[in-house]
Design a protein around this ligand. Structure first.
Ligand SMILES: Nc1ncnc2c1ncn2[C@@H]1O[C@H](COP(=O)(O)OP(=O)(O)OP(=O)(O)O)[C@@H](O)[C@H]1O
Ligand SMILES: [Mg+2]
Length: 282
């Protein structure tokens, strides 16, 4: 079954030429700010002229649509049930990016079968032609669903905060990912910091442990300061980069977006389907 899937994906991979950079955003601990980072990076990068899609891949407690104050007609639950395509679900979001809403309150979405997962991955690959960047906001932790989104991406952005529990859980995610795919491009983003120095300190702790125990070096994506404007914007259901474009957190997102944009012109690796085919083939 997996070999058949791998062969099918490999065939499709050969026909795919240009492809978007895909970045999966994950964390060990919940509530560390993944969705806010994802939405606001999408806003900033699209304001810089990039074609950005944000896939809310949270299959239980999705909320990127709430942060953007848009009402999904069709969401990931419909797509997985075969009642629509990712393109049908796509909405125009504030700032100019395209949002594919995730599924909320559906316990049965918690575990996708192999077939559903493969068909979702194939649909994401069809978006590769139309976008420069596809951000995937995953749910917290590392379920098989989350892992398959991570392995479909070019890059894994692990979000943590300076709290010891968040740091430990971020390391746990990296460890699971590194065991399954040693050459994963892992970047660490430290959210809710006091200042830049605290962010770099947290990154160094994680990177040191990764080098020592996993023989994996991670890269520092950057930091976002803890800023009361963030929760104010959440309550207003507006991305904070639009609600308070000059606040400190927005300045941090601006820096991250510029850095990501520079990476976007680096030579790209394999397309999604080729990566998935290699992963499925083991
Ligand atoms: N930089 C920040 N400064 C202040 N508060 C923040 C910041 N980032 C996030 N928050 C707060 O943390 C809350 C949770 O953020 P968010 O929903 O983005 O986390 P998450 O990691 O996506 O959560 P989940 O794991 O449930 O998906 C926000 O509603 C906001 O109040
Ligand atoms: Mg979230």
């Amino acid at each position: 079954m997996l070999t058949d899937q791998a062969e099918g994906l490999r065939k499709l991979a050969r026909s795919t030429r240009r492809h978007a950079r895909i970045v999966a955003i994950a964390s060990g601990k919940g509530g560390v700010g993944k969705s806010n980072v994802a939405v606001n990076l999408a806003v900033r990068l699209s304001m810089m002229g990039r074609r950005v899609a944000l896939l809310d891949a949270d299959l239980g407690t999705a909320n990127a649509d709430v942060l953007c104050n848009v009402t999904p007609v069709c969401d990931l639950a419909h797509v997985v049930a075969g009642k629509g395509t990712l393109a049908d679900a796509m909405l125009d979001a504030p700032g100019g990016f395209r949002l594919i809403p995730g599924a909320s309150g559906l316990a049965k979405m918690a575990a996708l079968g192999d077939f559903e997962r493969a068909s979702l991955i194939q649909q994401i690959s069809q978006l590769e032609q139309d976008f420069d960047l596809i951000l995937i906001d995953t749910g917290a932790g590392v379920s098989p669903n989350v892992l398959s989104f991570i392995f479909s991406a070019d890059q894994l952005l692990v979000v943590t905060t300076p709290e010891p529990t968040a740091i430990t859980d971020a390391y746990a995610v990296i460890k699971i990912v590194a065991r399954q795919r040693a050459n994963t491009d892992v970047r660490v983003l430290v959210n809710m910091v006091r200042d830049a120095e605290e962010g770099r300190g947290v990154f160094k702790r994680i990177d040191t442990v990764c080098r020592r125990f996993l023989r994996l070096s991670t890269q520092y994506a950057g930091h976002v300061v803890s800023d009361p404007r963030v929760s104010l914007a959440v309550r207003r259901r507006r991305p904070f980069t639009l609600d308070s474009p000059n606040c400190e957190a927005s300045a941090c997102i601006g820096q991250l977006a510029h850095r990501m944009d520079r990476h976007a012109i680096e030579p790209r690796g394999d397309g999604l389907l080729r990566r998935m085919a290699m992963w499925l083939a083991g």
